[in-house]
Design a protein around this ligand. Structure first.
Ligand SMILES: Cc1cc2nc3c(=O)[nH]c(=O)nc-3n(C[C@H](O)[C@H](O)[C@H](O)COP(=O)(O)OP(=O)(O)OC[C@H]3O[C@@H](n4cnc5c(N)ncnc54)[C@H](O)[C@@H]3O)c2cc1C
Length: 242
């Protein structure tokens, strides 16, 4: 018995929402995770609801914010010169290149991988997540609660500022053990960290380790990670402040 029972490609948000209200359906964005996950044999098959025909793949610039549609691919983000350079650079660091051309901004937010440097960059860029019902919530809140039943339609970010990343990994090509992403703008410096909690988090540039209690894994103890927080945050904040 197939584990994917049906594929739907709605061309309106209303139709997508009515399909996704059915218990066996799941949203399909880039499919880098949901497709392999859905193909695992399971007692109840799922139906995939493809979001690609909903017109959620635009990038809009208005005043001091840039809105990225949920279906903007990470590969497109990298190539778009309207997108802040920091986010373009961080998108390049995510996933192998073939998968970057599939994976989407909305899927990245919904999955909320703890070591996503792009999510750290979005946090540093004051990101807000837009949902199907027109509501908008700060990305930091969405990462801590998860998207739940919400359909992410867009992510808006502050356009201004310059940023950088300081990171330590086992090799330069590995996902960082800890990364510090800093952005400087007229509003001051913002800082976000990966590798110190179960999601990327915002931190105080003046006291970046405050309140953190990272878990250990084979790549580093809590004490080592806190040491990296201190060193990498200072490095990133100094760079954007100079
Ligand atoms: C080899 C490999 C390497 C990876 N490396 C990284 C990495 O370096 N960094 C990283 O962050 N992640 C990584 N991932 C995880 C994942 O690929 C990314 O997080 C990716 O961006 C997911 O996006 P997608 O569009 O492919 O999501 P999909 O696979 O299509 O969907 C993922 C989940 O999000 C839900 N979803 C998708 N879009 C929406 C939406 N608009 N609203 C609500 N829910 C939605 C889906 O229903 C599903 O549950 C990796 C995955 C693989 C297979």
């Amino acid at each position: 018995m197939p584990s994917i029972a049906a594929y739907h490609r709605p061309d309106s948000l209303d139709e997508a929402l009515s399909l996704l209200a059915q218990p066996q359906t799941r949203a399909l964005a880039g499919g880098t995770v949901i497709v392999p996950e859905s193909r695992v044999s399971r007692p109840e098959a799922v139906e995939l609801v493809d979001l690609q025909a909903l017109g959620l793949d635009g990038v809009d610039v208005a005043d001091d914010r840039i809105t990225l549609g949920a279906m903007v691919r990470l590969g497109d983000l990298m190539a778009d010169d309207r997108v802040p350079q920091l986010l373009r650079d961080l998108a390049r660091r995510e996933l192998p290149s073939a998968l970057r051309n599939q994976a989407t901004v909305g899927g990245t937010v919904a999955l909320a991988e703890s070591e996503s440097v792009l999510l750290a960059g979005l946090l540093a860029h004051d990101a807000a997540v837009g949902f199907h019902d027109g509501s908008e919530r700060p990305l930091a809140d969405v990462l801590s609660t998860g998207v739940g039943d919400g359909l992410v339609t867009a992510v808006s970010v502050a356009a201004a500022g310059t940023g950088t990343i300081a990171a330590t990994g086992r090799t330069p090509a590995d996902v960082p053990i800890v990364a510090a992403v800093a952005r400087s703008s007229g509003d001051g410096v913002s800082l976000a960290l990966t590798g110190v909690a179960d999601k990327p988090v915002l931190a105080d540039p003046a006291d970046p380790a405050a309140g953190l209690s990272p878990a250990a894994d084979f790549r580093g103890s809590p004490a080592y990670r806190l040491h990296l927080v201190d060193v990498l945050s200072r490095r990133a904040v100094e760079e954007v402040s100079s």
